[in-house]
Design a protein around this ligand. Structure first.
Ligand SMILES: NC(=O)c1ccc[n+]([C@@H]2O[C@H](COP(=O)([O-])OP(=O)(O)OC[C@H]3O[C@@H](n4cnc5c(N)ncnc54)[C@H](OP(=O)(O)O)[C@@H]3O)[C@@H](O)[C@H]2O)c1
Length: 329
């Protein structure tokens, strides 16, 4: 069936300026880490991207290694773009990354100029694109000089293969250095993509302030703790859930009694707010305006529909925040 995007798609979404750049990002973005690999069905992936676009999600986040197998999420996304989004490229912000192990030998991992530039060329081919909107270095490399990695990002922008550059999983000190090196090169750091959720608050230790003070955006990934911060596991571990299916990142052993007790208490707070737990978890990530966009994943269209409604109530009373802090302690 031919896909026709929903005409009013921009009306319900909030677009936040990414740091001090000209780029605006949707308050919710969609990541393709899971559910778009070679083992997943293309048709479901297509429905997810279509639904996301229809609710105003303009930003789609990939990486060279997303799959499994690595590279297959970019291939799937390329097929979906080809089928449904020809003519809409200029309404989309597409990002990819390199930084984790991608191919054998010394040139397919970490942060060398050799790896970053060849990996992006491969990603562009897999997705059938001339350029990405944001290209990220996926994780800090303790051995390659940061200057080399940042110069590679700068070159990529000058070659027209990416419009903006970002880093991911960079801590406060690494981000600070990346900001100043890129500034000197004339290609500003536009965003840092970091883990942030009610279950992982490490970026509150100064990183968000550094990004904010330097006009750099903040993309919060895994805001639902891979599904733990939703109603997914309240009554056990469903057979189609990530904890049941996934081989390494979230597994049954992570769904402990202690976690579920916290989730139940958080769920009660969410109900008082007339939100689902997923909606409250997303609102909480966005509550202070320091996070540009919460980067969700989804396996079902209904999850995107539920999550987007988080935007109807992003504010918290002091009492609610204190209750949440107490539960999380
Ligand atoms: N830069 C990095 O190093 C890095 C690392 C990790 C992720 N990321 C990015 O962040 C993106 C999001 O990661 P994530 O998928 O782990 O994020 P997440 O939003 O925390 O978890 C998504 C999962 O939660 C469940 N879910 C979502 N909405 C739900 C709802 N309303 N009700 C019930 N369950 C719901 C689904 O799991 P089920 O499959 O069980 O339905 C879904 O696949 C990735 O795709 C990637 O782009 C980046």
């Amino acid at each position: 069936m031919t896909y026709q995007p929903y005409q009013q798609r921009y009306e319900g979404m909030q677009y936040n300026r990414c740091g001090k750049s000209g780029l605006k990002l949707p308050a919710l973005s969609l990541g393709l880490w899971h559910n778009f690999g070679g083992e997943d069905t293309l048709e479901n992936g297509r429905l997810l991207i279509q639904k996301a676009f229809d609710v105003g999600i303009t930003h789609f986040d990939l990486a060279n290694n997303y799959g499994p197998p690595p590279g297959s999420a970019e291939e799937t996304f390329g097929k979906i773009l080809q089928k449904d989004f020809i003519g809409y490229r200029d309404e989309m912000i597409i990002s990819t990354k390199a930084g984790y192990n991608m191919w054998p030998g010394p040139y397919g991992d970490w942060g060398s100029r050799k790896y970053l530039i060849s990996s992006l060329d491969q990603s562009l081919k897999r997705m059938g694109l001339d350029y990405v909107d944001i290209f990220y270095h996926h994780r800090p490399d303790p051995e390659t000089p940061l200057e080399e990695t940042m110069m590679a990002l700068d070159s990529i922008v000058r070659q027209g293969k990416a419009l903006y550059v970002g880093v991911s999983n960079y801590g406060t000190e690494e981000s600070n250095r990346a900001i100043s090196i890129l500034k000197a090169l004339g290609t500003p750091l536009v965003i840092n993509q970091v883990a942030y959720s009610m279950f992982n608050r490490s970026i509150e230790d100064g990183l968000t302030d550094l990004l904010h003070d330097n006009g750099v955006g903040c993309m919060a990934f895994v805001p639902l703790a891979q599904g733990l911060l939703t109603n997914r596991y309240l009554d056990g571990i469903p057979s189609d859930s990530r904890a049941m299916k996934s081989k390494s990142f979230l597994n049954k052993d992570d769904v402990t009694e202690n976690v579920i007790q916290k989730v139940q208490k958080l769920n009660a707070v969410a109900q008082e707010r007339e939100q689902s737990l997923a909606q409250m978890a997303l609102a909480w990530v966005l509550r202070e305006g320091k996070v540009t966009s919460a980067l969700i994943g989804a396996s079902k269209v209904s999850q995107i529909e539920e999550n987007i409604a988080a935007l109807n109530n992003l504010s918290f009373s002091q009492e609610e925040l204190e209750m949440i802090d107490t539960i999380l302690k």
